[in-house]
Structure formats: C-alpha cells, structure tokens
Ligand binder design. Structure first.
Ligand SMILES: NC(=O)c1ccc[n+]([C@@H]2O[C@H](COP(=O)([O-])OP(=O)(O)OC[C@H]3O[C@@H](n4cnc5c(N)ncnc54)[C@H](OP(=O)(O)O)[C@@H]3O)[C@@H](O)[C@H]2O)c1
Length: 345
C-alpha cells in the first residue's frame, strides 16, 4: 500500500514536472501581430554578410535566411568539411543562393589574419559582420596564441576579426557588427588581474564562458560608443538566442548528465531557427539602433520572438569596456584604424 502511494505521488510529481517543461516550451509558434519574424526581413540583394560559425546551429539558420533574402553570404568556418555540408543544405533549399565558404579558425590569430586578407582581396564592402561562433563550458585549455580557450575564441578572435575588417565596415554605408552573447553573461565577471585563468587558476567552465559572453557585450557597447564618437555610419548591436537546440551542448558530451539532458532537450529548448531570430533582427531590421541588445520575448528570455532586452549592470561598465578594449588590442596586436584612441578613450 505504502509502495503504491509513493509510486502514485512520484508519478503525479513527474507528470507535473513534464507538464511544466512542455508548457514552458516556447518554440516555433507562429508569430502574432507585432512580433518580428523572417517575414519582416528586407530584400538583401547587394549586401555582403559574414557569419562566423555558420556551419551549425544559430549561425547556419541565420546564414540560410540571409541567403534566402538575396545577400552574398560568407560562411566563415573552421572545418571545411562541415562548411561544405552546411552549404549543400543551404543550396538544397535555396538553389540560387549567393553563398560561399571561407576558412576561419577564431582560436588562431594567424587564421583570423588570413581570413581577413582573403576577404579583403575579394570584396570591397561588408554590410554585416555576425560574430556568432562560440564554444561553451569546455575544460581549461588555450588557443594557438596561448589565450584561455573560451575568451580566446568567443571574444578575442572576434575582436581581432572586427578590427582587421574595420576599414571595410566603415566604408560601407549603414554597416553593422552583431555580437552574439548569452544570458550566461550574468554569470560572468571581469578580473583583469587574471583575465585568462593563468594555468587554470580559478578556472570554472561556466565562469569562463560567462566572462567571454560578458566580454561580447562590453565590446559591443564600447564599439558603438567609438562609432558614435567618430560619427561613423555604422552600428554595433548584440543578440542572444535564449535556449536553443544546437550543437553547443556537445562540448559537454563527456559529462554524466549529457545523455539524459539531450533526451528531454527537445521538450524545453526552442529550435535553432527561432534562436537565430534575435541575431537576424539585429543584423537587418532597419529600425535597429546601435547599442541595442536583442533576445527572445518569452518567459525569462528563454524562447520567443526578438525584442530589445536588458543586459547586466556589469556589461554597461564603461571603465571595464575601455580596459577590455585596450587589453584586447595588446593581446591580439590588432588596432582599429581610425577608431584607435578616438576621443582619447
Ligand atoms: N544554443 C544556445 O542555447 C545558446 C544560448 C546562448 C548563447 N549562444 C551563443 O550562440 C552562438 C552560436 O552557438 P550555437 O548555439 O549555434 O552552437 P553550435 O551549434 O555549436 O555552433 C557554434 C559554431 O561555432 C563554431 N566554432 C567554434 N569554435 C570555433 C573556432 N575556433 N573558429 C571558428 N568557428 C568556431 C562551430 O564550429 P564547429 O562546428 O567546427 O565546432 C559552430 O559552427 C555562440 O556564440 C553561443 O555562445 C547559444
């Protein structure tokens, strides 16, 4: 009798849990009036858009929509095999897509420089740079240049890429830089005395991920301030995809909870296509203002259609932003042409 009672209570609790998960699911419902969706994307013919990490997840979905709307879309990827498969997927849906692959490993500054040189040799404009590629919660490790891996890939690689393409951006009317951050930026803090967890000191996978995503926002807001000080016709914008089903969790494949979590993930994660909407809106909605941050409009910004959202107080710390900029320049050896030292910053 007692066993039956415990079994019954457990079943009811499990049912309630499942119901809450499913009811929290906010993906792929049709947009209602006023919600921004791909139907609101303008014609992008003649525009040139780079998407880093375009072979998977958010980047692939965004690249697909940019190509569908006529943009020349560059899939900037570290694995040419994966990029070929992504391009084939895009062409299967959009046979006349103007899309091409260019090799880019953000965890290696030589590759970033090579990419920028190859791009500049081929293109004379850059309308949108989507700094999307990322890794999450990996064990401690370093990039080819000795940077802690998450900050090195997620922030420093993109900082260098943006700086190297800066002249093209500034020459292209209405250009945008979109940095893809995360709600995890709330878990990050800047410690300039041990920015890269030297030899793993104080390293936690979440702390380092959070720091790299906070750096994405500090960089966005500082870039916007510098664009404004320069009077440039360019905008720096940020976005986050809520919680979306992509390969990002794959970095945790060796953890005990990985398999069970992946089993139930489709119940509470929105699709990558929905997760890509804030990035797409930040990139192409004509109404977007520099310095805005887009995320999903659903509960706790986990899923939904893209709207302007708030970010942490730390992300608006101007002193930290200036310092991060200076440190990033020193570490990468990349300065931002006309922007360097603008207004004595
Ligand atoms: N999914 C979410 O719920 C979520 C939530 C918040 C924020 N985000 C952010 O969204 C962005 C996209 O992630 P995702 O969810 O779409 O994950 P994903 O499916 O794993 O895609 C990440 C992309 O980044 C690429 N990448 C990783 N390291 C790279 C490097 N060194 N050089 C060049 N490319 C590299 C990956 O290439 P490979 O395929 O070769 O690994 C892949 O194309 C990330 O910035 C992530 O932090 C995602």
């Amino acid at each position: 009798m007692k066993k039956k009672l415990i079994g019954g209570v457990t079943a009811v609790l499990a049912g309630i849990g499942l119901y809450r998960l499913i009811s929290a699911r906010q993906h792929d419902e049709a947009p209602t009036a006023g919600q921004w969706s791909t139907a609101d994307m303008p014609d992008l013919t003649g525009k040139v858009i780079i998407v880093t990490g375009a072979n998977s997840g958010i980047g692939l979905e965004a690249a697909k929509e940019f190509a569908r709307h006529g943009a020349s879309t560059i899939l900037a990827c570290r694995s040419l095999d994966k990029a070929e498969a992504a391009l084939a997927e895009i062409r299967a849906e959009i046979p006349d897509a103007r899309a091409e692959i260019m090799e880019l490993d953000l965890a290696n500054l030589a590759s970033v420089r090579q990419f920028a040189a190859a791009f500049q040799a081929q293109y004379d404009r850059l309308d949108v740079l989507i700094n999307n590629a990322g890794i999450m919660m990996v064990p401690y490790g370093t990039t080819a240049d000795g940077f802690e891996r998450q900050l090195g890939t997620n922030h420093l690689g993109h900082f260098a890429l943006t700086g190297l393409l800066f002249d093209l951006l500034i020459q292209t009317p209405g250009a945008r830089v979109v940095n893809v951050s995360s709600a995890a930026h709330y878990r990050g803090s800047m410690d300039f005395d041990n920015l890269m967890y030297e030899n793993g000191a104080g390293y936690t996978p979440m702390g380092a991920y959070g720091r790299s995503k906070l750096a994405n926002l500090l960089f966005t807001y500082e870039l916007q301030r510098r664009f404004e000080a320069l009077g440039a016709d360019a905008r720096a914008v940020a976005a986050h995809p809520g919680i979306s089903q992509t390969n990002l969790m794959g970095h945790m494949a060796d953890r005990w909870y990985f398999k069970p979590v992946m089993l139930v993930a489709p119940l509470f994660l929105q699709s990558a296509a929905m997760g890509a909407l804030p990035t797409m809106r930040a990139a192409v909605d004509p109404a977007v203002q520099g310095g805005e941050y887009f995320g999903p409009d659903g509960r706790n910004e986990r899923g939904g259609y893209p709207v302007v959202v708030a970010s942490s107080e730390d992300s608006h710390n101007e002193a930290d932003a200036r310092r991060l900029w200076q440190v990033s320049e020193e570490l990468t050896g990349v300065t931002f042409g006309e922007l360097a030292g603008v207004n004595g910053r």
